[in-house]
Design a protein around this ligand. Structure first.
Ligand code: PMP
Length: 298
């Protein structure tokens, strides 16, 4: 078992962090030419790995990238990494790049894809953020429209999110909400957005430019048991400012209540819907980690 801060698998084998390097000619680095996934694991069981691997496969298909392992082999590599990691709960990053090529943008010269998996401890969101809620601003940059880079492709092109988060930092906020070209609120830098209005939980449709987040899907799945109806519909900033509650969801952040957006306080934070969803989400994660179902990837 590796006790280093990170456990890394690269192109077929576990490697020491110092050996986990990529070429300066890797097109993932030079051009963002690659795809990735972020996955949580609990008690050495990756949460909803099958969905993450299917999303990775779809992202790769979206940019015409061949993953040099089939999904069962990739799942085995993930498990090998998690089994070697310490402690038994953590965060995984799975990355596939076009690989090393020439200096030019043409992907044709890239002969061998770079595939690596990192198991690490992601800084947990401080509990006061979960208790008191996070502050967000609206970013001045817009999300790329689906006809540019389809948001369903989780590629290494994260610059819009990075710039949005930097803008939030400069404003002393925790997060940034991004609008699409129509002025609809889409999501945060690396998290999906929900607003609660009465007994309805609303989230922007992926066609507005949001990633089809796996935490988003899980929250939508547990919502009816929390007494909430789910509606996927376009949202304006006024829908957010005037919400009873608002929350963000993502693999890294988990569920986070929004306290303030653009200096306006959200009516309730954290509210009863948030508390109920968070507890249902945690119960589901605990149940699935205790009784991991075999993957149906073949
Ligand atoms: N939107 C974006 C842009 C993201 O990067 C993420 C993180 N993967 C999310 C939403 C949340 O998705 P998930 O719940 O699958 O982590």
């Amino acid at each position: 078992m590796m006790t280093a801060e990170m456990t890394i698998w690269k192109n077929g084998v576990l490697v020491e962090p110092a050996q986990a390097v990529v070429s300066v000619l890797d097109h993932g680095l030079l051009y963002g030419d690659g795809v990735f996934e972020g996955v949580r694991y609990y008690r050495r069981t990756p949460f909803r790995l099958e969905r993450h691997l299917r999303r990775l496969a779809r992202s790769a298909a979206g940019i015409g990238l061949t993953i040099p392992y089939d999904l069962p082999a990739l799942a085995a590599a993930v498990q090998q990494t998690v089994d070697a990691a310490d402690p038994e709960d953590g965060y995984l990053r799975i990355v596939v790049t076009r690989g090393e090529g020439s200096l030019g943008v043409n992907p044709q010269g890239c002969e061998r894809q770079t595939v690596f998996i990192i198991a690490a401890q992601l800084a947990v969101v401080p509990s006061d953020r979960v208790e008191q809620g996070v502050r967000a601003i609206t970013a001045s940059l817009r999300r790329l429209p689906p006809d540019c880079l389809d948001p369903r492709i989780k590629s290494l092109n994260y610059l819009t999110g990075v710039m949005a988060r930097a803008e939030a930092n400069r404003a002393g906020a925790d997060e940034a909400l991004l609008l699409n070209r129509n002025g609809h609120v889409v999501e945060a830098s690396v998290a999906n957005l929900f607003v609660v209005r009465g007994d309805t939980l609303c989230t922007p449709p992926v066609t507005d430019g949001a990633l089809d987040g796996i935490t988003r899907a899980t929250v939508m799945e547990v919502a009816p048991a929390c007494g909430l109806r789910v509606a996927e519909r376009s949202l304006t900033l006024v829908d957010v400012y005037d919400a009873d509650e608002a929350l963000l969801t993502g693999t890294g952040a988990g569920l986070l209540p929004l306290r303030e957006v653009d200096g306006r306080l959200i009516r309730t934070c954290p509210g009863p819907a948030f508390r109920s969803l968070q507890s249902a989400y945690r119960n589901l994660v605990a149940a699935e980690s205790a009784a991991a179902a075999p993957l149906a990837l073949a």
